[in-house]
Design a protein. Structure first.
Length: 347
């Protein structure tokens, strides 16, 4: 399937190739899928962001392929003790062609997210840390462009048309489980079998500024929350603002989504909470759906870091979701993860 640049711009709501309104690319879909859907796209910028946790330990492993080098962000909180094992300078070399694409290693250690075997492992000489985890992805997947344009797997045959314009695509997997594996930290071994987590997979040409929240640690374990707000520059030199807000409850019984075509997403600080409010008109006669999440980010473990711009990654974040349309709480969660790049929302 071939789509001309002009037809693509027209379908996206652009007149003569010039932005006339924010673009609605961030719709959501729940899709059954095989694990093989998660694979390296081979783009200039690409990352696999993984967050896993249980009642004693939480860990972020973010491997970023960035124009011929590997940027690695790693954070752990073990029984309340935080530790940063990132490599944001003295970057890892690119993997050999025969190695997994998200493997990085040198004489000081190695880390790998192997998408072909569902295994994450790492060992570091300069840090008291090693891990070897096997994970499974449950059947929830959000791909922003596929879902927005309704093109499904056709996207795989025309990535350049879209990504040359948008610069970045992403898919989120808001529920993974650890089937077996241990983390060794400061002489103590933590068994993570049964732990839960999330994976975010982003690829393209430039990383935008963004705010990402993912949480599946609710009182009701079937609840899954994913929120993303993005500000990025397109190849036309204009700013693209978009995002989504989705909450599944009871095996997907409830689904809410927002794009900036037919709704808005706001983020602000109120009473020391990071607040996100999403408004979505359900139909001409159905009124407006207003969802809010209050994120008690100061109770999480914050790791300031730097990747092109200042970033903040926060583990073990409590949050609460409220449906303001009916004045009803929808659930309280713990063990969420927040990742902010470039945006000044947290100072």
């Amino acid at each position: 399937m071939n789509i001309s640049r002009r037809d693509f711009l027209r379908s996206a709501g652009l007149a003569s190739g010039i932005f006339t309104a924010p673009m609605p690319f961030y719709f959501l879909a729940k899709e059954a899928h095989a694990f093989s859907n998660l694979e390296c796209k081979g783009k200039q910028v690409e990352c696999v962001f993984t967050y896993v946790y249980n009642d004693k330990i939480s860990m972020v492993i973010d491997t970023i392929r960035h124009y011929g080098s590997i940027v690695f962000r790693g954070f752990i909180v073990a029984e309340g003790e935080p530790h940063d094992f990132s490599r944001l300078t003295n970057l890892f070399p690119f993997p050999n062609p025969e190695d997994p694409p998200f493997k990085c290693s040198d004489r000081d250690g190695e880390v790998c997210t192997d998408l072909s075997t569902n295994i994450i492992y790492g060992d570091f000489k300069n840090h008291p840390l090693s891990f070897n985890l096997k994970f499974n992805i449950l059947d929830y997947r959000f791909n922003v462009i596929e879902s927005a344009l309704g093109i499904g797997n056709v996207f795989t045959s025309m990535p350049e048309t879209l990504l040359n314009f948008l610069l970045l695509d992403q898919e989120d997997y808001p529920l993974i489980t650890i089937s077996k594996g241990d983390v060794n930290f400061k002489g103590k071994t933590y068994n993570l079998e049964g732990a839960r987590g999330v994976i975010g997979h982003h690829w393209g040409y430039v990383f935008p500024d963004y705010l990402l929240l993912m949480c599946n640690g609710f009182e009701n374990p079937d609840n899954l929350l994913t929120v993303c707000y993005v500000e990025s520059m397109t190849r036309l030199g204009t700013t693209l603002k978009s995002g989504y807000f989705c909450l599944f409850q009871s095996e997907g019984e409830k689904k809410s989504f927002v794009s900036l075509l037919d709704g808005t997403i706001q983020n602000f600080i109120e009473n020391d909470l990071l607040c996100i409010v999403a408004r979505h008109r359900k139909g001409l006669l159905s009124g407006e759906e207003i969802l809010r999440v209050n994120i008690d980010y100061k109770k999480g473990k914050m790791f300031p870091n730097f990747f092109n711009k200042p970033c903040k990654t926060i583990l073990d974040v409590p949050c609460e979701v409220i449906d303001l349309s009916i004045g009803k709480p929808l659930g309280k969660g713990t063990k969420g993860v927040v990742d902010v790049k470039g945006l000044p929302i947290l100072g």
